[in-house]
Design a protein around this ligand. Structure first.
Ligand code: NFS
Length: 652
């Protein structure tokens, strides 16, 4: 099944990096013997295994691996497992792993939050209003109670969600009522955050759940425990502790690295560390220490979703997305890259070893051979951040020749769902009404979420930006998170000026409000903000009474992570049409793929699709949006009526 392919030039692989006009970092690095994903791509002579890629390779017991071809009668597992069962088990395990990543992140956040509530942490409660609002969701009495009391009870109840065995998660109540009724009817309401992963892993064990419908049912319950449970807890508690994002200007791409400052990169996912780094990097004593070694100061920048967290809340620049992490180091300009969990390449210490750079791991859950380790917890975050920054300062005098491309781009980030309220509704009339009205009158045709990773296996950057440009040109307001957001940022799509690329209706709305047509809503756990925004749209009225009725669609054009599968599954189960790019992990079984791509819509109102061509992907989303408009009876663009004084008086 393996096919040979010819080597691919750096220029083709580097599309996501956009350092045209400067000395190509990857090319320069290659000359110095630095190996990054670009060389690894060329060294591997084979394409991915087709059985593995399509989900029909079973290695859940020692009889196998059993590789099977659906439709060939004797092509089943030694135990009799069919390709559909195997593909469903593999898909479910991806959901379980992806959800677990978000759940463990959320668990750390809840533990940190409880410590903050009790006054046992250096962090403080920053958003009291949000604290009280979330307390209501958790059925906590707020009237006449101190912030501390409420926060402690909230922390305890949030933490208890992880070990709960029965009942329902509190945040499920935030979904539109119709959706909750549907979930209840289908029996997929998660009972506890961790329970659903354990049960899913059990069911996928050899000889347990053999029915692909039943497996996907539990995968759905697990994914919902992620989206409406863990990820939502992370986003909300992080906002309460570190501040709810508001629109903020910042800069992205490799050019944010500084030639004459100590460059420190925060990379990974949990903001417990990066928040501390943001605070401590301003410390005059440390800045003085940096000056003593000949630097002008300390320059903090982000990579991956940690980058998105500090960008959203502090306007700290992003040096790169997932695909750029090695290239950031290959500039030779980074003194320290500090990582915690998820999406961190094992090759980082190898690349760093070609320069003076220290790679520092900080979580006991994620060690890398060749990296230094400084353990960070919520109770020692500031002290550890100080140690890390000092380590970076010590490295500065060893810096050799650097190659920092000039490329950087302005962005506006910080669009929490609360911000969308104020931005469109104004300070005194904060609501989703103006957004709903603009969707109803057709200036905005609908909402498209473009989320997820960037990929080495596609023309990275091009894919994201092509989808997004196609959507906005067709008057679809785009919401972005994760590395997709960074790719859009590099391409200038997160600036109000990008409204020039939008269709006339969306452009008019953007220019009136002064907002970009593509709204950066945060990291991947912040996809929960999109769930809440969708719920607010439903609540505001006029666009149906459930999420599946909103003219909306989602996509992850360059997905690679198991987390992306978990996210896609909770969006589908929430009623959203979700398109993934390039490949889908069940295509080896038509039976299962048909279930996910067609039958799920009958149950949930949302379904999966796969499409590699970015223009076609956008068109699929637009078709879904127009179908939604038609079902609502708003498919015809209403004529704009310009009221004169007399008409206004009549109205009054
Ligand atoms: Ni999401 Fe973030 Fe990026 Fe993909 Fe990885 S950083 S949590 S998984 S690669 S978007």
């Amino acid at each position: 099944m393996a096919t040979k392919r010819s080597p691919i030039g750096i220029a083709q692989r580097c599309m996501g990096i956009d350092c045209e006009g400067s000395t190509c970092v990857a090319e320069q690095a290659e000359k110095q013997g630095v190996v990054t994903y670009i060389q690894r791509m060329n060294r591997r002579a084979i394409e991915p295994c087709l059985f593995g890629q399509g989900g029909t390779c079973c290695r859940n017991c020692s009889f196998g691996p059993c590789m099977m071809i659906e439709g060939v009668p004797e092509s089943i597992g030694l135990c009799g497992a069919t390709p559909a069962t195997v593909a469903a088990r593999n898909f479910s395990r991806m959901v379980a792993a992806g959800s677990s990543a978000h759940m463990d992140h959320a668990l750390e956040t809840a533990k940190a939050f409880l410590a903050v509530a009790k006054g046992e942490s250096e962090y403080k409660i920053k958003d009291e209003k949000k604290l009280r609002a979330l307390a209501e969701v958790f059925e906590i009495k707020t009237e006449g109670r101190s912030t501390k009391d409420i926060a402690i009870e909230l922390g305890e109840k949030a933490l208890a969600e992880f070990g709960k065995q029965d009942g329902s998660l509190y945040c499920i109540k935030r979904a539109p009522e119709k959706r909750q009724e549907l979930w209840k009817k289908l029996g997929v309401i998660p009972r506890g955050i961790q329970r659903e992963v354990v049960e899913l892993m059990h069911r996928t064990h050899m000889g347990t759940d053999q029915d692909y419908h039943n497996l996907i049912f539990q995968a759905t319950r697990c994914a919902l425990a992620d989206g409406w449970g863990a990820s939502m807890i992370s986003t909300e508690l992080q906002d309460i502790m570190f501040g709810t994002p508001v629109p903020i200007r910042a800069v992205v791409n490799l050019g944010v690295l500084s030639e004459d400052e100590v460059n420190i990169i925060v990379h990974g996912h949990e903001p417990i560390l990066s928040e501390a780094m943001a605070i401590v990097s301003q410390d005059p004593e440390l800045i003085e220490a940096a000056k003593k070694v000949g630097a002008k100061g300390i320059n903090l920048a982000g990579v991956c979703c940690t980058g998105n967290e500090v960008l959203m809340r502090h306007g700290i620049p992003i040096a790169g997305s997932f695909i750029q992490q090695e290239i950031v180091l290959a500039t030779g300009a980074v003194e320290a890259m500090v990582v915690d969990v998820q999406c961190v390449m094992q090759s980082l210490p190898v690349v760093a070893g070609c320069f003076h750079t220290a790679v520092i791991t900080t979580s006991d859950r994620a060690r890398i051979p060749g990296a230094e380790h400084i353990e960070v917890h919520h109770h020692n975050a500031l002290e550890a951040a100080r140690k890390i920054i000092q380590r970076a300062i010590d490295k500065y005098p060893q810096r050799g020749k650097v190659n920092i491309p000039q490329n950087k781009m302005d962005v506006v980030a910080g669009f929490s769902h609360e911000t969308i309220n104020h931005m469109l509704g104004g300070a005194f009339r904060a609501s989703y009404r103006p957004l709903n009205d603009n969707i109803i009158n057709g200036r905005i045709r609908g909402v498209g979420a473009v989320v997820g990773c960037d990929s080495m296996r596609v023309r990275s950057g091009y894919v994201h930006t092509t989808v997004v440009k196609e959507l906005i040109a067709n008057d679809v307001l785009v919401l972005v998170t994760g590395c997709a957001a960074t790719a859009c940022g590099r391409a200038g799509l997160l600036r109000p000026e990008a409204a020039e690329l939008a269709g006339p209706g969306l452009r008019e709305v953007c220019e009136t409000v002064g907002m970009p047509p593509v709204l950066h809503m945060g990291s991947c756990v912040d996809n929960s903000r999109i769930l809440i925004a969708a719920t607010e749209i439903v609540r505001e009225g006029g666009l149906g009474d459930d999420i599946y009725q909103i003219p909306a669609a989602g996509c992850a054009p360059e997905w690679m992570s198991e987390k992306a599968i978990a996210i896609g599954q909770y969006f589908v189960a929430s009623g959203v049409f979700v398109v993934f790019g390039r490949t889908f992990p069940t295509t080896g079984s038509k039976v299962l793929t048909d279930y996910l791509f067609k039958e799920m819509e009958n149950l949930y109102g949302g379904m999966w699709a796969v499409e590699s061509d970015p223009v076609k992907m956008a068109q699929l989303m637009i078709q879904r949006i127009e179908k939604g408009r038609e079902a609502l009876g708003i498919q015809e663009k209403k004529e704009r009526v310009l009221y004169d004084m007399e008409m206004r008086r009549e109205l009054e």
